[in-house]
Design a binder for this molecule. Structure first.
Ligand SMILES: Cc1cc2nc3c(=O)[nH]c(=O)nc-3n(C[C@H](O)[C@H](O)[C@H](O)COP(=O)(O)OP(=O)(O)OC[C@H]3O[C@@H](n4cnc5c(N)ncnc54)[C@H](O)[C@@H]3O)c2cc1C
Length: 544
C-alpha cells in the first residue's frame, strides 16, 4: 500500500474500531476528533451491541442462526416502509457481523458477554430471539487507559459501574440508587465498550489520535476522488492525505438538519447525545457529492426526555415507563403505548395526526416509590422542571392540557392498570420493555400502575435524539459512500450512525447502531488494509 494515511473522522466506537482495524492491517492512521473527549454517543450509550448468530451466544449454548436473524431483520424492516430496506447492505451486515464481533475479541479490543435477560425488542416478530443477540463488554477498569482516562466520555445516562446483571435483578432506577463506591474504576455500559476499544487503540503506535480537531474540509482531486482532510486544531489547521472514513455520527445538535430530517423544532427537540454531533459527516459528504438517504421521523429511535443540568443538557430515564405514569397530548388523551418509544414515535410524529406537544403525568405513588432524575424517592422536585397540583384538573390547567379530559383519561387508565392491562394501547405487553425499564417488584405488571393518588405531577416532554438519526450518508454494504447515481465516490467511506441505516430499512432494534458500526469498521478497515472481507462469507479474513 502507499504511504498515505487512513484518515478517520470521529473517535466514537465506529471510528476507533476502524482505526484499529486499519492499523492492524498495516496502515498508518490519523483519527481527528472534534471534541476534547473521546467516545461520542457510544460512550453515553447502553453499550448494547446487537449481533445475530454471534460466537458469544454459541459458546454460552444459545441457539441462533443467520437465517433466523435475517428473518427477524426482514420482518421488522417491513412493518413501516419495506422499500427502504437495502437488501445488499442488510445481507452484508448480517453475514459479516458475527465474524466482526469475533475479530474484535480476537485482537484484544473487547471481551464480550451476552447481556442477560435482554430480549429482542419486537419479540413477536418472526425470527426474534429471547436472549443472546445483545453483546456488551465485560467490565473494564479505567486505569487501563492511563492518562487518557480523563479524556474518555462517561455516560451521564447510565449507572456506569453497575453491571447488566444488577439492572436485570433490580431494575435500572434501583440499580442506580444502590450504586456503591466499592473502589477501583469499573466501567460498564457504552463507556466500558468504548474504553475497551480505546485501550487497544492506545497500544498501536501507528495510530495518531488528535482530540479538539474537528474536520472542516475534505480534499478532492479533479475527478472527485477524496484525497485527504483538513482539521482545525488549537494550534491551527492540520492536513492529512489519504482515504477518509467519516465516523461523525448523527446530526442531533444541528437544528437545520433536525428540521430537515425530522421536522421537529427546538421547542420540542433535544438530544441526549454529545453536543459535538452536528451532522458534520452529512455536510462533508454532501459537499463531496454524496447522496443522502432519508428515513421517516416516525421510525427514528428517539425517546421522551427532558432538560437536565448535566452535559448534554437533556436526559431521559425509565421514569416515563414506570408504573403510575402516562403520557398525554394537550387534549388530555393518551395516544400510544407510552412505555415503548417505538410505538410512541410512530404515533406522535404521524404526519396525519401529530401529538406535539406531549406531557408526562404521574402521581404521588410514583414520587414516593421512584423519585425522578436526581430527585430521590419522596424528595423535592426542582420547581422549574416539575409542575405539581392537588388535582389532575389543576395540573392540566397549569401545563396547558384539557384538565377535565385529563381526569377522565387517568380514571380509565387506572382502572385497567389495577388489573395490569392497557386494552387500548397495550402498555406493559412488550417483553423488551418489561425486562429492562419497568419495576420488577411491581405486580401484576412492571409497567402499569394507577395514576390516582394526589398530589399529581407533570412536565412537558422533549423528544430527544440518541445519536441515531437513521437518515444520513448513503453507503453500500461495505461502507463506500455513494453519489446520487449510485456510484461510489473514490476515497470516501462512512461508518456508524452518520451513514443512513438502510441495512435494516425503517426498522430498528436496540443495538443495531453499535452492531452495524463495528461491522462496517471491520469491513472498511480490511478493505483499506488491502485485505477485503469476501462477500457473503462468514469466515473472517484475519490472521493474528
Ligand atoms: C443514552 C444513549 C443510549 C444508547 N444506547 C445504545 C445501545 O445500547 N446500543 C446501540 O446500538 N446504540 C445506542 N445508542 C446510539 C449509539 O450510541 C449511537 O448511534 C452510536 O454511538 C453512533 O456511533 P458512531 O461510532 O457512529 O458515533 P459516535 O459514537 O457518536 O462518535 C462520533 C464522534 O465523531 C465526532 N465528530 C463529529 N463531528 C466531527 C468532525 N467534524 N471532526 C471530527 N470528529 C467529529 C464526535 O465528537 C464523536 O466523538 C445510544 C445513544 C444514547 C445517547
Amino acid at each position: 500500500m502507499s504511504s498515505e494515511r487512513v484518515i478517520v473522522v470521529g473517535a466514537g466506537l465506529s471510528g476507533l474500531a476502524t482505526a484499529l482495524g486499519a492499523a492492524l492491517n498495516g496502515r498508518n492512521v490519523t483519527i481527528f476528533e472534534a471534541a476534547d473527549k473521546v467516545g461520542g454517543a457510544a460512550a453515553y450509550s447502553g453499550g448494547q451491541v446487537w449481533v445475530g448468530a454471534n460466537h458469544v451466544a454459541a459458546r454460552e449454548g444459545i441457539d441462533d442462526d443467520l437465517e433466523l436473524a435475517e428473518r427477524y431483520v426482514r420482518s421488522i424492516a417491513s412493518v413501516g416502509e419495506p422499500e427502504l430496506l437495502d437488501e445488499q447492505a442488510m445481507l452484508r451486515w448480517l453475514t459479516a457481523a458475527p465474524a466482526a464481533a469475533e475479530y474484535w475479541e480476537d485482537v484484544g479490543a473487547i471481551r464480550w458477554q451476552v447481556i442477560p435477560g435482554l430480549v429482542d425488542y419486537h419479540s413477536h416478530a418472526d425470527g426474534a430471539l429471547g436472549v443472546g443477540r445483545y453483546l456488551t463488554n465485560e467490565l473494564i477498569d479505567g486505569t487501563a487507559l492511563g492518562e487518557w482516562r480523563e479524556r474518555l466520555r462517561v455516560s451521564p445516562h447510565f449507572p456506569v459501574g453497575v453491571t447488566y446483571d444488577q439492572v436485570v435483578a433490580k431494575g435500572r432506577r434501583q440499580a442506580l440508587l444502590d450504586l456503591a463506591d466499592d473502589g477501583g474504576d469499573p466501567l460498564t455500559f457504552g463507556t466500558g465498550v468504548v474504553a475497551s476499544f480505546l485501550a487497544r487503540v492506545l497500544d498501536e503506535g501507528s495510530i495518531e489520535l488528535l482530540t479538539s480537531h474537528p474536520v472542516v474540509t475534505l480534499l478532492r482531486d479533479d475527478d472527485g476522488t477524496v484525497t485527504g482532510a483538513i482539521a482545525e486544531g488549537p494550534g491551527g489547521t492540520v492536513e492529512r492525505r489519504g482515504p477518509v472514513v467519516l465516523a461523525t455520527s448523527s446530526f442531533d445538535w444541528d437544528p437545520e438538519l433536525v428540521a430537515e430530517f425530522l421536522g421537529i423544532g427546538p421547542e420540542d427537540f433535544g438530544s441526549i447525545a454529545p453536543r459535538s454531533l452536528r451532522g458534520d459527516g452529512v455536510k462533508l459528504a454532501r459537499e463531496a457529492g454524496a447522496d443522502i438517504a432519508r428515513i421517516p421521523a416516525t421510525r427514528v429511535p428517539m425517546l421522551p426526555g427532558w432538560e437536565a443540568d448535566n452535559e448534554p443538557g437533556f436526559t431521559y430515564g425509565p421514569e416515563y415507563a414506570l408504573p403510575h405514569s402516562m403520557i398525554v397530548d394537550k387534549t388530555g388523551r393518551r395516544f400510544c403505548d407510552d412505555s415503548y418509544y417505538v410505538d410512541m414515535m410512530a404515533r406522535l410524529l404521524n404526519p396525519d395526526d401529530r401529538h406535539l406537544p406531549c406531557f408526562l403525568i404521574w402521581d404521588e405513588q410514583h414520587h414516593r416509590d421512584y423519585g425522578f432524575g436526581d430527585t430521590p424517592p419522596g424528595g423535592e422536585y426542582p420547581p422549574d422542571k416539575v409542575t405539581s397540583a392537588p388535582t389532575l384538573r389543576e395540573l392540566g390547567e397549569k401545563l396547558g392540557i384539557d384538565g377535565e379530559q385529563l381526569e377522565a383519561t387517568a380514571a380509565e387508565f387506572s382502572e385497567h392498570a389495577d388489573r395490569g392491562e392497557d386494552p387500548v394501547f397495550g402498555r406493559g405487553s412488550v417483553p423488551f420493555v418489561r425486562s429492562y425499564a419497568g419495576d420488577p417488584k411491581h405486580e401484576p405488571n412492571p409497567l402499569l400502575g394507577a395514576v390516582r393518588e394526589a398530589p399529581f405531577h407533570g412536565m412537558r416532554l422533549k423528544i430527544v435524539g440518541t445519536g441515531i438519526g437513521s437518515s444520513g450518508v448513503h453507503i453500500d454494504g461495505d461502507g463506500r459512500v455513494l453519489d446520487s447515481d449510485g456510484e461510489t465516490i473514490p476515497g470516501l467511506y462512512a461508518v456508524g450512525a452518520c451513514a443512513a441505516l438502510l441495512s435494516s430499512g425503517s426498522g430498528y432494534n436496540s443495538g443495531f447502531s453499535l452492531g452495524r458500526g463495528i461491522t462496517l469498521a471491520y469491513l472498511v478497515s480490511h478493505e483499506l488494509g488491502g485485505r477485503p472481507v469476501p462477500s457473503n462469507s462468514l469466515a473472517g479474513t484475519h490472521e493474528l
